[in-house]
Design a protein around this ligand. Structure first.
Ligand code: MN
Length: 244
């Protein structure tokens, strides 16, 4: 299996190195990641200037690694162009969860989405940094287990995985969509001028069976996703009506 590993935290993220370490146990790995952090860039592509890449051997002994002057989606598009027989794209490990409605903003997930759009499979991995740096050996063991579980399940093309600090198991979940928990938080710069942060604050307890619910219970959350946003229930109702 030929695996392209990318992320949105940038080529120097320790999360990327950790994911690459696991990936090498499943196939031939190439690393193509943004040269600077691209978190919350979602599925942005670079269309108004050219893309380029440079070799980036730091931290990845034995694995070809390249840094790109673009977004996570650019990295997948360019990487799979240069390495045309890529089977699978792994994105992450993002340092910070990608849960619920945060998926709309996630660059980590967008790289996996780009893979699916281009005919490959895409898995996004995220973990928490709320209480400090992740314990990589523990997280890597669970990523190994998840990849073992998913690698032959080819009917699932796009998968979002979140890993709590010390997992006790793995759970299939759905995306928590009941609330949107992002808010603008006002602040001030040293000269007293107003500044604003876009931040996420959970407002309500998570619904049972969702991604947020799982990580709160120290379970690795595995959510199969799809790209079709059509509201089929509503569409079927509408199709029973006669349009004049
Ligand atoms: Mn990120």
């Amino acid at each position: 299996m030929r695996i392209l590993v990318t992320n949105d935290d940038g080529i120097y993220s320790p999360g990327l190195a950790a994911l690459a370490r696991v990936a090498t146990q499943f196939g031939e790995v190439k690393l193509v990641a943004p040269d600077v952090e691209q978190s919350s860039m979602s599925h942005a592509i670079t269309a108004t200037r050219p893309l380029s890449y440079r070799s980036s051997p730091v931290n990845f002994p034995g694995v070809e690694a390249y840094r790109v002057n673009g977004t996570p989606s650019d990295c997948v598009a360019l990487g799979s162009h240069l390495w045309a027989t890529t089977d699978l794209v792994l994105s992450g490990i993002n340092l910070g969860y990608n849960l619920g409605n945060q998926l709309w903003h996630s660059g980590t997930l967008a790289a996996a989405k780009q893979a699916v759009l281009l005919g490959m499979r895409g898995f996004a991995f995220s973990t928490t940094v709320e209480n400090g740096e992740p314990d990589y050996p523990i997280i890597e063991k669970y990523i190994f287990d998840v990849l073992t579980l998913l690698k032959d399940e080819t009917s699932m093309r796009l998968i979002n995985i979140n890993l709590p600090r010390n997992p006790t198991g793995i759970e299939w979940t759905n995306q928590s969509v009941r609330q949107y928990d992002a808010r603008i938080i006002p602040g001030m710069d040293p000269k007293g001028r107003k500044l604003y942060w876009y931040d996420f604050i959970p407002l309500e307890p998570a619904e049972e069976g969702t991604d947020r619910w799982a990580v709160e219970r120290s379970l690795v959350s595995v959510t199969p996703l799809r790209l079709d946003l059509t509201d089929n229930a509503r569409l079927n109702e509408l199709r029973t009506q006669i349009l004049v």
